[in-house]
Design a protein around this ligand. Structure first.
Ligand SMILES: O=C(O)CCC(=O)C(=O)O
Length: 226
């Protein structure tokens, strides 16, 4: 994460940012929204908190039960963290790398998620898990459903920082055609209710250097898991 403007942003990034949408709420499903630029006023508060979390539980490359190493590197904060290894996917109160509890969820992160959820129609969101995904150029996330949470009543709140991404928002079947939604630094996606179990994923991140975050995209996903 960089603290000041890097003039080395690529032409590709400028081309993508020209597509950036003005602030506002865009509906992408019956109970799903992109809140454009919603996190921008929070970024200065979020980044030092994120650095503290990552100093305690650094990013690591996890392996799926199928034996594939995920291209996105992961960490977590909150009471529960999502993990995968050859034995399965699960939430755990313990970071398997250091056998310690995950770092607590910083208040600024929690507040942002709760406010975004409320603005998308989900009052009283109580996230207990924040998954932190780091994508370098070329990294992606395959289409999947978020099904490891104990209940599905709460929404998923997903905050994008850094390089742009194309978010795939599919249906309830893996084979359903997915919408392609461009996401930029500061955008927040919220999906829940009838849309809670929709397949979603991220296309490979294009090369670039973000002026604030450097050559990476960081995504924070908040859930009620326990
Ligand atoms: O990076 C993103 O925008 C989505 C992350 C995601 O799909 C997940 O954590 O389940």
């Amino acid at each position: 994460m960089r603290s000041k403007t890097d003039p080395g942003a690529t032409a590709d990034l400028f081309a993508d940012e020209a597509l950036q949408q003005p602030p506002g709420r865009e509906q992408i499903g019956e109970q799903s929204y992109v809140l454009r630029g919603y996190a921008l006023p929070w970024v200065e508060r979020l980044l030092p908190e994120l650095r503290r979390v990552l100093a305690q539980s650094p990013f690591r490359q996890m392996v799926t039960p199928g034996g594939f190493t995920m291209s996105a590197a992961l960490s977590s904060c909150g009471e529960l963290g999502w993990t995968t290894d050859p034995t399965g996917y699960r939430y755990s109160a313990i970071d398997p790398n250091n056998q310690q509890p995950w770092p607590p969820m910083p208040e600024a992160l929690r507040q942002l998620a709760v406010m975004a959820a409320a603005d998308a129609g989900f009052e009283d969101f109580e996230p207990d898990a924040c998954l932190i995904n780091r994508y370098v150029p070329g990294a992606k996330m395959s289409l999947h459903q978020d099904k490891n949470e104990r209940r599905y009543a709460a929404p998923v709140v997903s905050v994008s920082l850094g390089l742009p991404a194309i978010f795939l928002f599919g249906g309830h079947e893996r084979s359903d055609t997915a919408q392609k939604v461009s996401l930029f630094h500061g955008d927040v996606v919220v999906w829940g209710g009838v849309d809670r179990l929709r397949f979603h994923g991220v296309m490979p991140i294009k090369p670039g250097t973000h002026p604030v975050m450097g050559p990476q995209r960081i995504n924070l996903t908040f859930r009620t898991a326990g």
